[in-house]
Design a protein around this ligand. Structure first.
Ligand code: HEC
Length: 256
C-alpha cells in the first residue's frame, strides 16, 4: 500500500445502481442543455432577421439597434406610403430631434398623425396596431432601441448563475471520480465552466454598454458547452465502456 491514502472511488468500479443514477442525471441535463440551445435560437437567433445565432444577434439583443427607432424604420418601410412625402419626412425629423412632446404639437406632428395614421392606428380601427391617438404610444415607438433592459438582465443573470452553477456541481462531481484523466486537466475542466459562466454573464452586461463585447458572450458560452461535453463523454465512457478497475490494478494505479 502507499503511504498516502488517496480516495479510491472511481467511476468504472462503481456498482450498476450508482452508475445508473449518474447516467440518468447526465442524460437529463444533456437534453436540458440542448433545449437551452434551441431556446437561444428562438430568443436571440432571429434578432438580426436571419436564422442562426450570430454576433449581430447578440449585439441587437443586448445593445439594441441604436441606429434608429421602430417609428423611423416603419416610415422607411411598410408605412412609407401612408403619408405624403413631406409629412413623412417631418415625422422622421421630429423623431431624430428627440421626439419631444412640445414639438409634437407645435410642429404639427399631431396634425399629420391625425390625418394620415389614426384611420388605422386607433382603438376603433380594430387592427392589432398601436393606438396613435395617445402621444405615449407614439413616443414609445420613437424611442431608440437600446436592447435588453437592466432589470431583465438582472433577472436572467441570477437565474443563470444559480441554475447553471447547480448543474455543473453535479456534472463536475461525477466527472471528478474519473480515473483516466490527468489531475491538472481534470481540475481545469471542472473549474472552467464556473469561470466562463461569470465571464459569459458579465459580458451580457458589458455588451449592453459596448457592442464589442458580443464576441465574449459567444466565447463564454462555447467554452461552457465544451467543458460540459468533455465531462459528459468521459464520465459515460468510464462508467460503461472502460474496463472495471480491479483491486490490484487500483493499488498499482495509486502507487504511480
Ligand atoms: C391603412 C392602415 C394604416 C395606416 C393608414 C397606417 N398604418 Fe401603421 N401599421 C398598419 C399595420 C397593419 C401595421 C402592422 C404591420 C406592419 O408593421 O407593417 C402597422 C404598423 C405600424 C408601426 C409598427 C408598430 C409596431 O408596434 O411594430 C408603426 C410605427 C406605424 N405603423 C406607423 C404608422 C404611421 C406613422 C402612420 C401614419 C403616417 C401609419 N402607420 C399609418 C396600418 C396602417
Amino acid at each position: 500500500m502507499t503511504m498516502q491514502q488517496p480516495h479510491n472511488i472511481n467511476l468504472s468500479s462503481q456498482g450498476t445502481a450508482l452508475k445508473s443514477l449518474f447516467t440518468g442525471y447526465l442524460i437529463v441535463v444533456a437534453v436540458g442543455y440542448m433545449m437551452a440551445l434551441i431556446q437561444i435560437q428562438f430568443t436571440h437567433g432571429m434578432a438580426d432577421g436571419e436564422l442562426g445565432l450570430s454576433v449581430d444577434d447578440i449585439v441587437y439583443s443586448y445593445y439594441g439597434k441604436r441606429s434608429g427607432s421602430v417609428l423611423e424604420a416603419k416610415l422607411n418601410g411598410s408605412m412609407k406610403l401612408m403619408a405624403p412625402e413631406q409629412d413623412r419626412l417631418k415625422i422622421i425629423n421630429w423623431v431624430r430631434k428627440g421626439a419631444n412632446e412640445k414639438a409634437f404639437h407645435k410642429d404639427g406632428i399631431r396634425q399629420i398623425v391625425d390625418n394620415s395614421c389614426i384611420a388605422c392606428h386607433s382603438a376603433t380601427s380594430g387592427l392589432p396596431v398601436p393606438d396613435f391617438t395617445s402621444f405615449e404610444n407614439i413616443a414609445k415607438k420613437a424611442e431608440t432601441d437600446t436592447g435588453a433592459s437592466f432589470s431583465s438582465l438582472a433577472r436572467v443573470s441570477h437565474i443563470h448563475l444559480f441554475g447553471i452553477a447547480f448543474i455543473f456541481m453535479f456534472v463536475g462531481l461525477i466527472f471528478s471520480l474519473a480515473s483516466g484523466i490527468p489531475k491538472i486537466l481534470k481540475s481545469t475542466v471542472i473549474v472552467m465552466p464556473y469561470i466562463f459562466l461569470i465571464i459569459d454573464i458579465a459580458s451580457w452586461w458589458l455588451t449592453k454598454l459596448n457592442p464589442h463585447f458580443a464576441w465574449l458572450v459567444i466565447i463564454g458560452g462555447a467554452t461552457m458547452a465544451l467543458s460540459f461535453a468533455f465531462m459528459w463523454i468521459v464520465s459515460i465512457y468510464e462508467m460503461w465502456i472502460m474496463p472495471r478497475i480491479r483491486e490490484d490494478d487500483r493499488d498499482a494505479l495509486l502507487d504511480e
